[in-house]
Design a protein around this ligand. Structure first.
Ligand SMILES: *Cc1c(COP(=O)(O)O)cnc(C)c1O
Length: 231
């Protein structure tokens, strides 16, 4: 994709977010994550040359590793998020290259991440992914267990729990999507109430539903297909 196309898409997303912020009197910043998992390396480089300072996100450990290596030669200080299913044998790469792991969805994986982060002398920032849809394959902790999950993982010495992540179900029914987002927003607020405002990130919203997510408290949207797009 060409640079001017990418810039246009970015401006559209920003304008849409600003419209929603005004409509609902939202005064905090909404962070945009440029999901690069469908994009060619050339498109990523075009994007980076615009000097819009946004984190990139990948959903496969192998791609993360390859792309960090490739992009390091091109630009310094690019931040990467991991947003995909985490396999224990790939935790090594994910911890090495991720500023924020958004998709932690089991205690066991958190333990692996904690151990690997300790080895690297790193405090790993993570989000807890909760399943807010009725789709099993979306992954995520059971939403009803959030206090146990938070208690357990926030005690791990080399992990810092920054917030929550979720995905609404793929549906044209915006009421359903809004209900799912609101479920996670309530959990986010409840943890902050019980634990002295410990969380700062509510990561909900993708290309098809980010405006609904912002309406329901999102301060981080992860946008792929309508931003850096596909090959
Ligand atoms: C792929 C992906 C996205 C981006 O999805 P789009 O619909 O292309 O914007 C966001 N979040 C997660 C967890 C993803 O896997």
């Amino acid at each position: 994709m060409r640079r001017d196309e990418i810039l246009n898409k970015y401006n559209t997303i920003k304008n849409n977010i600003n419209t929603i912020k005004q409509k609902y009197n939202i005064d905090y910043d909404i962070n945009i994550i440029a999901v690069s998992k469908y994009s060619s390396i050339e498109t990523i480089k075009e994007f980076l040359s615009l000097n819009i300072d946004l984190p990139l996100a990948e959903s496969k450990a192998q791609s993360l590793r390859d792309r960090v290596g490739e992009i390091e030669k091109f630009k310094n200080n690019v931040k990467w998020h991991f947003i995909g299913r985490i396999q224990s044998n790939k935790v090594k790469y994910i911890v090495k290259y991720s500023d924020l792991i958004q998709s932690v969805d089991s205690i066991e994986i958190a333990e692996y991440i904690n151990k690997e982060a300790a080895k690297n002398n790193k405090i790993q920032n993570i989000l807890l992914q909760f399943n807010i849809s009725n789709e099993e394959q979306k992954g995520g902790f059971d939403i009803n267990s959030y206090i146990d999950v938070y208690d357990n993982i926030s005690k791990m010495s080399n992990i810092s729990v920054k917030g929550l992540m979720g995905m609404a179900e793929y549906s044209k029914n915006s009421i359903l999507i809004e209900e799912e987002f609101e479920k996670l927003n309530r959990v986010y607020k409840d943890i902050n109430l019980k634990y002295n405002n410990t969380l700062s990130i509510l990561s909900i919203g993708m290309s098809s539903d980010y405006e609904l997510a912002v309406k329901h408290g999102s301060n981080m949207v992860r946008i792929g297909s309508s931003f850096l797009g596909s090959y």
